[in-house]
Design a protein around this ligand. Structure first.
Ligand SMILES: [Zn+2]
Ligand SMILES: [Zn+2]
Length: 454
């Protein structure tokens, strides 16, 4: 009987697979990173934009392309009432921002338009990969410029942002996949090459040969690795303008002292990329096997691989034809980068001290004694907040010693003490926690006084 009852009872609800709560310290990592990234972007002239979390599904099917995993298998579609236009949760930022540029008439603004955005993206990834289905990205876009300096700017800002977040061991992979004029020739060559090796490639690649040959180089299947390595590379097929553009991008990088590797296999998974594509990786040394499984042991007798592992922290590229595929009349050249914030935070090197502004080290700990002081305490905190003086307090504690103890533990240099007598006198006691000296200060003089003490 009781067994039966238990079967009926449902487990309590959990966060959806691949989605997670961000609490306490971790929340501040995200916020700290966002503030740093927004600050760097602002210094370089980027302005903020926020677009809806949902867009019409066709924005992604026509923009990103139906042959990509992102659209084919990974998009979250929203079912609403019958007859309504299908919506999807955004799998990435660029298509939505290009749509917003057009819809808001940003072509009449001084060009290029430089935008940054931050927030969640949704991809229904296979859970066994340990990937998040709700991921957070910091995104930068430069719209309305086909100049190579725009490419270099986006790369530089992304690199600087990651460095400011503590990642000093970065590696930049870059490639050019050409444009309308030269890509078809390359695509043909690539298709011919793969047709010769069709027997040796994976199931997905057999389809890609027909539908989207560029994506053959994206294949992560071990089986396809040797074929991929021998494949013709796009840089060998670039037309003169593409060659010139790529050369200039590399020259900017050299002038900025940014090291790069030209990676002929780098094409990025999205249909809309043209010319420059790139990825910024964190170089991590492989950790000693935690629990070496038997199979691994058998396969590699003496693993002498000192090669660093590359963890992609950011990726992007140029998308000069995207706007037209979305129905925009004119060409709208653009380049952007998405920084995978979850990766940035969880990868070794991230500076966990990167605290958000609201966490600026408090200078004052406010201590109240007795009910009348408690009544006044919020007013005092408000006076200090208005003067932008960060204050900590523990309003639920009552005894002087426990409140002093907390202030000491938090290493806060000054305390403001307010008891019954001070409430009547309209004063507070300011105590230097280091020297233990203290002074009685009139409430109206408090901010002036606190601003001076060091
Ligand atoms: Zn494959
Ligand atoms: Zn070209």
């Amino acid at each position: 009987m009781s067994q039966k009852k238990e079967n009926i009872k449902l487990d309590p609800p959990r966060a959806p697979k691949g989605m997670r709560d961000i609490v306490a310290k971790e929340y501040y990592y995200y916020q700290g990173f966002f503030e740093k990234a927004a600050e760097v972007a602002t210094y370089y002239g980027f302005k903020p934009i926020e677009t809806p979390l949902m867009e019409e599904t066709r924005l992604y099917t026509s923009g990103i392309g139906t042959d990509t995993d992102i659209v084919q298998k990974e998009m979250y579609e929203i079912k609403t009432g019958s007859g309504s236009i299908p919506l999807a949760l955004r799998p990435e930022f660029t298509a939505g921002i290009v749509r917003a540029y057009i819809e808001n008439g940003m072509q009449t603004m001084p060009q290029p338009v430089m935008l940054y955005s931050y927030g969640q993206c949704y991809r229904h990834e296979k859970p066994q990969k340990g990937r998040l289905r709700e991921l957070r990205q910091f995104d930068l876009e430069i719209l309305g410029s086909e100049k190579s300096i725009a490419d270099a700017t986006v790369i530089k800002v992304a690199m600087t942002t990651l460095e400011e977040a503590g990642h000093n061991n970065l590696q930049l992979s870059i490639n050019s996949i050409g444009d309308k004029a030269c890509r078809n020739g390359y695509r043909k060559e690539l298709t011919n090459y793969y047709k010769k090796h069709l027997a040796a490639v994976c199931k997905d690649c057999k389809i890609r040969v027909k539908n989207n040959p560029l994506r053959l180089l994206d294949c992560k299947d071990e089986k396809c690795k040797p074929i991929k390595e021998g494949a013709p590379q796009s840089v060998g097929f670039l037309c003169d303008p593409c060659k010139q553009h790529f050369k200039e991008v590399l020259e900017y990088l050299e002038a900025l002292k940014i090291e790069y590797t030209i990676d002929g296999n780098l094409v990025r998974g999205l249909d809309y990329y043209t010319r420059t594509v790139f990825e910024i990786n964190a170089k991590a040394m492989p950790t000693e096997k935690k629990t070496d499984t038997e199979t691994e042991k058998n396969n590699e007798e003496s693993p002498k691989t000192e090669e660093p592992i590359l963890l992609a922290l950011a990726g992007g590229g140029r998308y000069d034809y995207l706007a037209k595929t979305l129905g925009f009349k004119k060409d709208l050249p653009g380049i952007g980068v998405g920084i995978g914030v979850d990766r940035v935070i969880s990868t070794e090197g991230f500076n966990q001290e990167l605290a958000p502004r609201i966490l600026k080290k408090p200078k004052i700990f406010f201590i109240q004694l007795g009910f009348s002081a408690k009544l006044q305490s919020l007013a005092i905190i408000e006076i200090l907040r208005k003067a932008r003086i960060p204050v900590m307090q523990s309003l639920s504690k009552d005894s002087l010693s426990s409140q002093l103890g907390t202030a000491e533990k938090m290493k806060i240099p000054f305390t403001i003490i307010m008891g019954q007598k001070e409430v009547i006198d309209g004063t507070v006691i300011v105590r230097n926690m280091d020297t233990r000296s203290q002074e009685e200060i009139k409430v109206e003089k408090l901010t002036e006084y606190v601003k001076k003490i060091k």
